[in-house]
Every structure is written in C-alpha cells, then in structure tokens.
Write a protein that binds this ligand. Structure first.
Ligand code: NAD
Length: 389
C-alpha cells in the first residue's frame, strides 16, 4: 500500500509505519547522544504512544536504562486502513528498546477502565515488579467512568463569557477571528471528569493495592499554563479547570505516597504540536508565533528535549526545583518575558498575508505531518509498504 497523508481538519486519518519508526528513532538518537542519568529503572507510562508520554518513555529507557510498560489506546490496521500513528510508534519503540536490552511491553485499550488497570498490573507484576516511576500522560476527549459506566465528553471552551480572538486554519494559512461560546456548568464538570486527576489517582490506588510501588516512587502528570493570549480558552477555560484538579491531585498523592517516601509532581510543559494541542482553537496560531520567536532565540524544544530536561530536573541528585505551587516548570523558556513580549507584538499584527513571515507555520505543518510519520527526508513515500506491522 502507498500511504499518503489524508488531513481532515486538525486530524490526519492515515499514518506511515516507516515514518513513525523514523520519528521514534530520531528521538531515541537524540536521547542517546545527550543524556545518561541514574534514575528510575522500572517505569509505567500511561498514555505512552504519542506526544509527551512517548517522549517520556523513550527518555526513561534510553536516558536512564529503564524497563518500561506503556499503556495507550490506539487503532491497529484493518482492511486497507492504516493503523494510528501511536500504534506504529509503539511497535517501533518496543523493537528498538528490546534490541538495546530493555524490557518493553505495551497494553492497548481504555486506561480509564478497571479491566485495563487490572490487566496492566498483572503485566507489571510479571515483567517489572515494583515500579519507581509512573508517568500519567493521557489526553482524551472522553472518558467512560469505571464505576457508573457513564461516558463524559470534555470540551475546549471559555468560562463565564464568550471569547473572541484570532485563529489560523493551519492547512490553508487563513487567519480569521473566532468566537467561542462559554461552557455550561455541566460541560465544566464533565471536562474535569475526563482530564482532571481522578484517573491518575485511581491508577496509583490500584498500584498500591497490588503492592507494586517501590520505595521512593515518583509519579508525574503534565499540565499547561500559557500566556494571556490563550488564557480564556486554556488556563481560565474548561481545560484549565481540569488542570487545576490534576494539580491538586498531585498534592493528595504526595501525602498518600509518604509511607514510600515517594512524591507526585505535575510538570508544566511547553506548548507543542501534538494530536491533542492541534484540536484547541487559537493555540496553533500561538504555537506558530512562539516557534518562530523561540527558534530565533535558540530556545526551541520538542517533546523529547522537554522529557530530557524533566528527567535531569528529577534525577540529577539536587533538590527538585519547583514553583510556589510545587510544580516543575519546563515552560520557563516559553514564559520568559522577552519571548512573550515578542509573541505578543507579533500577535497584534498577524494576518493571513503576513502569517508566514511573523509565524513559523512551516514548522507547525512539518511537526504536524511528522506526528503521523510523514515529512521525513529519509523515507521514500512512493514505496509500497505493509500497513499491518
Ligand atoms: P497526545 O494526544 O500526543 O497523547 C495522548 C496519549 O493518551 C496517547 O498515548 C493516547 O493513546 C493516550 N490515550 C488517550 N485516550 C486513552 C485511553 N482512554 N486509554 C489509554 N490511553 C489513552 O497528547 P499530549 O499532547 O502528549 O498530552 C499529554 C499530556 O501533556 C496531557 O496532559 C496534556 O494536557 C499535557 N500537555 C500537553 C502540551 C502540548 O502542547 N501538547 C503542553 C503541556 C502539557
């Protein structure tokens, strides 16, 4: 099968197995060349197949020599349809990690369910034993609650009043104004149920009950804050409420982990192109301006560079630096005064005509394509490939 990108709005419905492998292998090479840490050795990553979770898994194995189990929810290939990118990424990661001598096992299914937790714990017990790092990096638009069976949908909306700002169609490059209506109370609550901290704490509870937490265990989840430009739709919007809940969960979990001398952290990461962030209105335009400014200042990072910095922060031996809320701030370069001033200045002037000059839409598009295994020079996209790997 010859596989080409099929983009529908902010998703790509195809993925390229060899391209996804190239994406994974580039991240592995980066980590091998830049990091060697004494850190966690037995790692469970929930949401391990793409974006920040995948980068964390790569950095754990190839930067710290860890054995890993990854949980994700991906689609295998079927009847002429390619698998999802996360499926191919997982296959490529397992292959490389095993070849390097690390245990790498993966579970595919709904992490929110009791069944997936129990199946995963069985595998953890069999392959890893007690874990010393649990990374929770699930991003999902919906969650079926394991107790009630009710399905909740998350929404990306402002709270209290409508929000109008600029946005870009990343496919056409057209900059326009968008108005988003405020969420209802029910939508706010549902978004917290999906993207808040409840499932993270259910995973920790299940691991504790199965006696699978090691002495000194660390657990991590990821959050975002961002600038004033995106505040109404992100931090002060529905998703921001869910992130507040996630961040509060870190404090509760740290108390629960006291008998293990363990700790739960939220790491506030940089805005990056992932399947999840491309779905948020206004954010892709902000990201393309941010990329331009950060590249010019030599500060640009992707998921793997962020994962590297995170583990260096956690495992370098010195006290883990956090903000006053106890969060690790990997967004410190994004939020630097000079960076934000430059983005703000460009934002006020941005139009369809100058978006390519003031922003880095090309980088945005390339990053987006590469999420699905396209846009790699080393891959011949005219070759017939088997989608069933
Ligand atoms: P992503 O879409 O790349 O990854 C999501 C992962 O969750 C995938 O591995 C997917 O398979 C998994 N997943 C989704 N639903 C699942 C389910 N029901 N069961 C099991 N696995 C499931 O997302 P990402 O951008 O890497 O986001 C990960 C975390 O990082 C989120 O908490 C997000 O808010 C946070 N974050 C993202 C950014 C950004 O700019 N992308 C910035 C800061 C923080």
């Amino acid at each position: 099968m010859i596989i080409k990108p099929k983009i529908r709005g902010f998703i790509c419905t195809t993925a390229h197995p060899a391209g996804c492998a190239a994406h994974v292998n580039r991240q592995i090479d980066y980590i091998k060349d830049s990091t060697s840490l004494q850190g966690a050795k037995k790692v469970l990553v929930i949401g391990a197949s793409t974006g920040y979770g995948l980068a964390s898994r790569i950095a754990a194995s190839f930067g710290m020599g860890a054995d890993t189990i990854g949980v994700s929810f991906e689609r295998p290939a079927s009847e002429g349809r390619t698998a999802s990118a996360g499926w191919y990424n997982t296959v490529a990661f397992e292959k490389a990690a095993r070849a390097a001598g690390y245990i790498a096992e993966s579970m595919n299914g709904d992490a929110f369910s009791h069944e997936m937790k129990q199946e995963t714990l069985k595998l953890v017990k069999e392959k890893l034993g007690k874990v010393d790092l649990i990374v929770y990096s699930v991003a999902s638009p919906r969650r079926t609650h394991p107790e009630t069976g009710e399905t909740f949908n998350s929404v990306l909306k402002p709270i209290g009043q409508p929000f109008t700002n600029k946005t870009v169609n990343t496919n056409t490059g057209v900059v326009s104004e968008i108005t988003l209506e405020p969420a209802t109370q029910e939508e706010i609550e549902n978004t917290i149920t999906v993207m808040g901290g409840e499932d993270w704490s259910l995973w920790l509870k299940a691991l504790e009950e199965a006696d699978l937490l090691a002495e000194g265990v660390t657990t991590l989840a990821y959050s975002y804050i961002g600038p004033e430009i995106t505040e109404a739709i992100y931090r002060k919007g529905t998703i921001g409420q869910a992130k507040n809940d996630l961040e509060a969960t870190a404090h509760t979990l740290t108390k629960q982990l006291e008998p293990y001398h363990g700790k739960a952290y939220v790491s506030v990461n940089k805005a990056l192109v992932t399947q999840s962030s491309s779905a948020i209105p206004v954010v892709p335009l902000y990201i393309s301006l941010l990329f331009k400014v950060m590249k010019e200042k030599g500060l640009h990072e992707g998921c793997i560079e962020q994962a590297q910095r995170l583990f260096e922060t956690l495992y370098s031996g010195s006290t883990v630096e956090t903000d006053e809320e106890g969060r690790i701030r990997l967004d410190n370069w994004e939020m630097r005064e000079d960076v934000q001033q430059a983005v703000k200045a460009a934002w006020s002037e941005i139009t369809t005509e100058n978006v390519s000059e003031l922003g880095d839409l090309e980088q945005y598009r390339l990053d987006f394509l590469q999420l699905f295994g396209f846009g790699f020079d080393e891959i011949d996209y005219e070759l017939d490939v088997d989608p069933e790997v």
